[in-house]
Design a protein. Structure first.
Length: 363
């Protein structure tokens, strides 16, 4: 097996991309795990990893002969991770995660209060409403999938889910188990059909379910009514800023909640197709699992985790040249496995992007 420095020398002198790919494959686990311990976020750890291997590519021709590459990568990873953690947006991210965990713990006693009555409450719903709740919160289906199963639009599915949650809340309230609609959605999503939380993945999925349920309810019960009133008062115009909706919130919405949302062009989440401008979350807390929501003049919708990548960014965008090269060399066929792209990568950034894309696809 070639040494690290031999591979690096082959990359520098002969521009052999496969040599650099071998280095990435050999040391990705070290870099990613070191970054993850620092930033405590898989998404940020991936960003740090890409940055570290990009630094390696830029520094390859300056590396001293006695360099121990593992030690060099570890130091660069630590320095890069510290810089990321110091960023203001990253501090907000960690605070949001801590808040979600606190809320999850606080919800335990509320869940214990309603759990014995849940099946009776579900039985009291009309069959379509019961099906909507089962699909949305028991089986973690998107609103789009709920609509498809019920033979309705995504917007109609969202309204049906909201109406069913209202009926469940009233059922529990009459039996002395008062809980808000948003809180009820979060409780059911996190607990109704979930097993034990044994791994980091379990916790991330549970926390993401809480966020998605709360954000879906926020759109239905808070943002939609306020946006409708704004449009009526402004000749059908869409607000230029989320703050313009403040006079139309009843009751008022705290600024700390609105800071997670923004007015953005449709190109921000092109798959939604709900208008030329949309209101959507500014950033994900966990981009591997969180649902991205949007509301526009033509309704509302949701998109999967892949839609957190800005247009033209992310592993898929970086791999576009390699995909085109593969197709050109294979009579227009598309690759059926990501590893087939390896011979067509031309930059270190593409090498790192492929490794991360393979990692994401295995989750």
């Amino acid at each position: 097996m070639m040494s690290d420095l031999d591979l690096l020398d082959r990359y520098v002198r002969e521009h052999r991309q496969e040599a650099f790919a071998a280095l990435v494959d050999r040391h990705l686990k070290l870099v990613y795990s070191a970054a993850l311990r620092q930033v405590r976020s898989p998404e940020l750890a991936e960003e740090v990893s890409q940055s570290v291997f990009a630094d390696l590519a830029r520094s390859a021709d300056k590396m001293e002969p006695q360099t121990i590459l593992s030690a060099w990568l570890y130091q660069v990873t630590r320095r890069t991770a510290i810089n990321v953690v110091r960023g203001e947006s990253r501090r907000q991210l960690r605070e949001q995660i801590a808040l979600d965990i606190t809320n999850l713990n606080a919800n335990t006693s509320e869940w214990m209060a309603i759990e014995p009555l849940l099946d009776e409450a579900m039985e009291a719903l009309d069959p379509p409403d019961r099906t909507a709740i089962l699909l949305r919160y028991f089986e973690d289906k998107s609103l789009r999938e709920v609509g498809q199963a019920l033979g309705t639009s995504e917007d109609a599915a969202q309204k049906r889910v909201s109406r069913a949650l209202d009926q469940l809340r009233e059922f529990f309230s009459k039996r002395g188990r008062a809980v808000g609609v948003g809180g009820l959605a979060a409780l059911i999503s996190a607990n109704a059909a979930k097993g034990d939380l044994n791994t980091d993945e379990d916790y991330r999925k549970a926390l993401s379910g809480l966020r998605s349920a709360a954000e879906s309810t926020f759109i239905t019960t808070v943002l939609t009514p306020a946006l409708n009133q704004y449009e009526q008062a402004n000749q059908g115009q869409f607000p230029a800023s989320i703050s313009q909706l403040q006079p139309y919130f009843n009751p008022p919405v705290d600024d700390s909640i609105l800071q997670r949302w923004e007015v953005a062009p449709k190109s921000t989440v092109p798959s939604l197709g709900v208008g030329d401008s949309i209101i959507t979350q500014i950033a994900a807390v966990d981009a591997d699992y969180d649902t991205r929501f949007g509301i526009g003049l033509n309704g509302s919708g949701s998109a999967g985790p892949q839609d957190w990548d800005a247009p033209g960014t992310g592993p898929s965008a970086l791999l576009t040249p390699a995909i085109k090269a593969y197709a050109a060399a294979n009579n227009g066929l598309q690759p059926t496995d990501l590893s087939q792209l390896a011979p067509y990568l031309t930059t270190p950034e593409e090498q790192a992007a492929l490794q991360l894309a393979i990692k994401r696809s295995s989750r």
